[in-house]
Design a protein around this ligand. Structure first.
Ligand SMILES: *Cc1c(COP(=O)(O)O)cnc(C)c1O
Length: 519
């Protein structure tokens, strides 16, 4: 007993003399880390873009329990190199064209380092005045860059908040809309609430709707068609609303998308708002990816009508060179968020909270799900200043230019076609049905292309393109993903990664052609 106590005391005493944020250690390890990442970026195109490990690979390589004794950062970094890097899909690779890019930049990472360096918990003004005030300022800057109406800015009567992801932004706005209506009709009527989106809307919306308690059978994913370029038509929304109203349900919320995830379709905001407003529906715009492009005057028209909506969000962590996570949400009526998300516990009371909040004393804890929040505005501020609006626009334009180049390469090869019109930096393409047939005839000369036999022409084309994409991705040379819209399977080429140059785009196209030839 006696010896145990003295052991503990010994450890306590020795640990108490170690500064966990020793400035010289920070400098030494920080430099080591920066060197490590710099090497990684230098060599990033040497790795297979899509990780090639098997499921469960890491369990085989790491010990079963945590180390009892401390290990040096050198050892840990060595293990990152050996065991973690192989299991990484390299989103920052110049040959990464999958999903949408998660664009990073030196400025974005530096901002992130500052943010975790300070590691403040910006609950409210007094917990870090700069965290709150900078977020106000940056959100107004960004709102101006998007030419949002003043009613969304703090300098109007609205305001913006940086959330982690679109799903959180949707969750907060849905909750606000829900409570605004339930206050009038009584909470017992929650099962009557209906929310609207299209069959192209991101599943984040469905998830948020489920969480806020919308009955699953009242989550409408309205069918889109080729004739409206897979945008949500106001007429089909109106007829669905009419059916719901007839059934004594209550229309609550419409999520419109500018730049859908599959093929970057755009829902027409103005006509949709004209319909929604007749029924008092809250309209949110999800521009997660394409919102960034709207800082360029030539793309701004895609959000025309935004002056009529209630809330708008987009992700700078997708296409505005800011590291994960960073989703910017603006609302016209912050009071709606506050009345549903506010709490006012004693331990967070202070002089500032006792008064009506002033503009610069925004209690951001009441604008989001969580109480604690990271100093995210810092990285956005560093990015915007370090690029300048001019270069933010230039880089977006150069990414669109690369997509246009890829589009030209696709259309100049008769075996391929662009399957859906390109709007931003995403090209959706495929091998044409007739080229697929030609290929199968040559490959199976005796006519026994059995595995394709049972398929219709469309299914055969889809299956062929699916196999082609998989063979491309297995090569590790580039990474692309797919979408199926209107029954058509397409390969998605999402240009716009931070390290991608025109030469990578041309090389990617060569990879596609080579894989078709080798099929
Ligand atoms: C990527 C994407 C999302 C999801 O964004 P998170 O921030 O990851 O929740 C939502 N909507 C659209 C249109 C997207 O492209």
């Amino acid at each position: 007993m006696g010896s145990l106590t003295s052991d503990l005391e010994l450890e306590y005493n020795s640990n108490s003399s170690i500064n966990l944020l020793d400035s010289e250690e920070f400098r030494r390890q920080g430099h080591m880390f920066v060197d490590f990442m710099a090497e990684y970026y230098k060599n990033i195109d040497k790795y297979p873009v899509r990780s090639q490990v098997e499921p469960g690979y890491l369990k085989k390589r790491l010990p079963e329990s945590a180390p009892y004794s401390p290990e040096s950062v050198e050892t840990i970094l060595q293990d990152v190199r050996e065991h973690i890097v192989p299991g990484i899909t390299h989103w920052q690779s110049p040959n990464y064209f999958a999903y949408f890019p998660a664009t990073s930049s030196v400025a974005g990472i530096i901002g992130e380092m500052l943010s975790s360096g300070f590691n403040v918990v910006g609950l409210d003004w007094i917990s870090s005045p700069a965290a709150v005030e900078l977020e106000n300022i940056v959100m107004d800057w960004l709102g101006q860059m998007l030419d949002l109406p003043k009613s969304f800015l703090f300098s109007g009567n609205g305001g913006g908040v940086i959330q982690g992801t679109t799903c959180e932004a949707l969750l907060c706005t849905l909750t606000a809309a829900r409570d605004r209506v339930l206050k009038k009709i009584g909470r017992e009527n929650i099962s009557k609430l209906v929310v609207y989106s299209s069959d192209q809307t991101h599943c984040a919306f469905q998830k948020a709707a489920q969480i806020v308690g919308i009955d699953r059978k009242n989550i409408r994913a309205i069918k889109t068609t080729k004739s409206s370029s897979y945008g949500l038509s106001a007429e089909s929304v109106l007829s669905q609303i009419n059916l719901d109203v007839e059934a004594e349900l209550i229309p609550l919320f419409l999520c419109a998308t500018v730049g859908t995830t599959a093929i970057t379709a755009v829902d027409p905001l103005k006509p949709l708002c004209d319909v929604a407003k007749q029924f008092g529906i809250w309209v949110h715009v999800d521009a997660a990816y394409a919102g960034s492009a709207c800082i360029c005057p030539e793309f701004r028209h895609f959000i025309d009508g935004v002056e009529c909506v209630d809330s708008f969000s987009f992700n700078p962590h997708k296409w505005l060179f800011t590291t994960l996570d960073c989703c910017c949400l603006w609302v016209k009526d912050p009071g709606c968020l506050l009345s549903t998300l506010s709490t006012n516990p004693q331990y967070l009371k202070n002089e500032a909270t006792d008064q009506e909040p002033k503009e610069q004393e925004v209690r951001y804890q009441d604008w989001q799900i969580t109480l604690c929040r990271r100093f995210r505005s810092l990285k956005l501020w560093v990015v915007i200043r370090n690029f300048g609006v001019a270069n933010l626009r230039n880089f977006i334009r150069s990414h669109v230019g690369m997509a246009k180049l890829f589009e030209r390469l696709v259309t100049s090869d008769k075996r391929f076609e662009v399957a859906f019109p390109r709007k931003f930096s995403l090209v959706c393409f495929r091998v044409t049905p007739s080229a697929v047939m030609d290929k199968l005839r040559t490959k199976y000369k005796n006519g026994t292309y059995d595995q394709y036999r049972q398929f219709s022409e469309e299914e055969r084309t889809n299956e062929f393109n699916r196999e082609l994409l998989e063979s491309i991705n297995v090569s590790g040379k580039v990474f692309m993903t797919h979408a199926i819209v209107g029954g058509i399977y397409v390969l998605r080429f999402a240009a716009g990664n931070s390290m991608t140059m025109e030469s990578h785009v041309r090389a990617a196209w060569t990879v596609v052609q080579e894989h078709l030839e080798a099929f």
